[in-house]
Design a protein around this ligand. Structure first.
Ligand SMILES: *Cc1c(COP(=O)(O)O)cnc(C)c1O
Length: 396
């Protein structure tokens, strides 16, 4: 532990705000602080800044600016879609059945559980051993009273890129709305919402080098989604409350950078991720890589690896003592020892799940970072295995 190196390999949990993004935001806290709803000059300037950010976010996903609503983040967007569409459809007598998958983020999964307690039916589709949802399974699950299909674009734990276009096609063949949680997807894969047939899509700023507490919902033109926060006329009357001006400006800038850097970002991340996996396999025995084998169908920065016979929590803590940040399964459940619902859905046993670490690389990751992590990982895993074999021998 001689050097004070710090390596952050948890970009799927959150990302640092890029300097260009921060620089763009700062004036909106100080000089350009006007309320976007005010009619004098500094208010109008704030309104124009929000309009510009809306164009930047729309540009990242192939949407029209009028189809983008700013929210307080990915979780809020997920809650908004599920609750509002469910309420609206049930009130209109169109049904009360929702279809989602077993591997959704808790923002979708727990909202669905909440809806179930309130009289809705939810079908949770199984996934295969790589985390893929099958369009055939979706087809079979559709009922006369199905009102919404919600399947995530890219899984946050194992990086699976779902066949979104095919899934949306199935939903549309039955006249059902299709929503996707694209928090892990924007900036990590090319998205054209119109071409892909996406009706509603959740996004977040802090996973793409923008500020936390900011996000957006894409809502295809012609779909009437009820408002989620009632009050003022902000966001076309759909999401009341004085806008998080600097946050929106920052998200807009982050989206613009993500659009410009998309190809380079994907190449940079996938190269380093592949290098990490190769080095781990070559230097550490008894490891298993989870998630899609075909790297083109996987989040470019995601490596999910099981180290057999030891605990992920212990690996995480020892790596932390070397200045390395990684995650076990998913950050949201890191405080509980509940096995990850994603890893159990792809058929892994509890033992294997408990030895699993998620590494996610990003724009600031370097090859030296990976070399450092692989070196320390070798030490940490060997040490933990030694302890676990000693305790096994002594029957502890
Ligand atoms: C991070 C994440 C969210 C939550 O987004 P917030 O902006 O943190 O609320 C939702 N879904 C997925 C897939 C995520 O990775």
């Amino acid at each position: 532990m001689s050097d004070n190196r710090r390596v952050y390999l948890d970009y799927s949990a959150t990302t640092p705000v890029k300097k260009e993004v921060l620089d763009t935001m700062i004036p909106y806290f100080t000089e350009n602080f006007g309320n976007p709803s005010s009619l004098y000059t500094i208010g109008l300037e704030s309104k124009a800044a929000i309009d510009h950010a809306r164009e930047q976010v729309a540009g990242l996903i192939g949407a029209k600016p009028s189809e983008v609503y700013f929210t307080g983040g990915g979780s809020e967007s997920d809650n908004w879609v599920l609750e509002s569409i469910a309420n609206d459809m049930k009130a209109k007598g169109k049904g009360k059945h929702i279809i989602t998958s077993r591997i959704e983020h808790h923002a979708v999964l727990y909202t669905c559980q909440f809806l179930e307690k309130n009289g809705y039916d939810v079908t949770y589709l199984d996934v295969d051993e790589e985390g893929f949802v099958s369009p055939e399974d979706l087809e079979k699950a559709i009922r006369d009273d199905t009102i919404l299909v919600s399947i995530m674009f890219i899984n946050n734990e194992i990086g699976t890129i779902e066949p979104i276009k095919e899934l949306a096609e199935v939903a549309h063949r039955h006249n059902i709305l299709f929503h996707t949680d694209a928090v892990q997807a924007i900036g990590n894969t090319a998205i054209d919402v119109h071409e892909m047939g996406i009706d509603l899509m959740s996004m977040s700023s802090h996973k793409i080098y923008g500020p936390k507490g900011e996000g957006a919902l894409y809502c295809r033109r012609g779909i009437r989604i009820p408002s989620f926060i009632h009050g003022g006329a902000q966001e076309n009357g759909k999401r009341a409350g004085t806008e998080n001006l600097a946050g929106i400006v920052g998200f807009g800038k982050a989206a613009e950078l993500a659009t410009q850097n998309l190809e380079h970002h994907i190449q940079h991340c996938s190269e380093l991720r592949n290098y990490l996996i190769e080095r781990v396999i070559a230097t550490i025995p008894d490891v298993v890589v989870n998630g899609p084998k075909d790297m083109s169908r996987r989040h470019p920065g995601n490596a999910n690896i099981t180290f057999k016979y030891i605990e992920g929590e212990s690996i995480l803590l020892l790596l932390d003592s070397f200045g390395i940040a990684v995650s076990t399964g998913s950050a949201c459940s890191s405080k509980s020892l509940e096995p990850s619902h994603v890893l159990s859905s792809i058929g892994l046993s509890d033992d294997i799940i408990h030895g699993t670490i998620r590494f996610t690389v990003g724009d600031m990751t370097t090859k030296e970072d990976i070399d450092y992590v692989v070196e320390k990982l070798g030490i940490v895993v060997a040490r933990l295995r030694e302890i676990s074999s000693v305790s096994a021998e002594k029957g502890w």
